[in-house]
Design a protein around this ligand. Structure first.
Ligand SMILES: C[S@@+](CC[C@H](N)C(=O)[O-])C[C@H]1O[C@@H](n2cnc3c(N)ncnc32)[C@H](O)[C@@H]1O
Length: 204
């Protein structure tokens, strides 16, 4: 069998409870419920804040952030794929975060945020080591971006497929934040081993 061919995982239901809930509540993705749970537990947002959402498509997390920060706040989403969220206080940049040209599309004066989110995920190959390394590369990149634009006291949330680098990423974040939590929200699929690193209180 071709090891690159993705197997359908047992127990994977594309239209599970959270999918249906997202549809009924008007969220672009079931992922919205992961951020809602993280927010409820860690009190990520306050009204009027500025949020950067890396890996924003199709837009569930951006919707949650927009609601939390309200009209005087701002949300900037970046993704390889288009996002159809529309709001006067939403800026969307289509592009690859690994390319400096993408980040350059955001004017320098806008590059300051209270919260930086990354729900970026690589296209999975089914090869555990490759998927973990690509996921770690995205977290590293998200952190490099956050280091340039996160305000002191700000928060950083990143999705990760845990592998060998988990320890070093956690160590790095622990040094720079007051608190670091690991979360696996209820909306995470049972078939996924992803987790979220929630780093609170940036102290550069
Ligand atoms: C799980 S989805 C995000 C779901 C989103 N948080 C939501 O609530 O709708 C992961 C996203 O990461 C994006 N992504 C992966 N690699 C990326 C990269 N290098 N630059 C920008 N976006 C990337 C993918 O295009 C994909 O849309």
């Amino acid at each position: 069998m071709n090891p690159r061919k993705k197997k359908k995982k047992a127990g994977f239901d594309p239209q599970d409870k959270f999918f249906l809930l997202a549809k009924s509540k008007g969220y672009k993705s079931r992922a919205a419920f992961k951020l809602l749970e993280i927010t409820e537990t860690c009190h990520l947002f306050r009204p009027k804040q500025r949020v950067l959402d890396l890996g924003a498509a199709p837009g569930g997390w951006s919707q949650v952030a927009l609601k939390a920060v309200g009209k005087p706040g701002l949300v900037v989403g970046i993704d390889l794929q288009a996002v159809t969220v529309e709001a006067p206080n939403y800026i969307f940049i289509e592009g690859d975060i690994l390319e400096p040209a993408t980040w350059a599309k955001l004017p320098e004066a806008e590059r300051n945020f209270d919260v930086v989110l990354s729900d970026m995920a690589p296209s999975t190959t089914g090869i555990k080591f490759t998927d973990q390394s690509r996921s770690a590369e995205l977290v590293e990149m998200a952190w490099q971006v956050a280091e340039q634009c996160l305000k002191p006291g700000g928060h950083f949330v990143a999705k990760l497929f845990p592998g060998e680098t988990l320890g070093s990423i956690k160590k790095q974040l622990k040094r720079q934040f007051k608190q670091l939590k690991e979360m696996k929200p209820a909306a995470t699929r049972k078939t996924s081993n992803e987790l979220y690193l929630v780093a609170l209180g940036y102290q550069p």
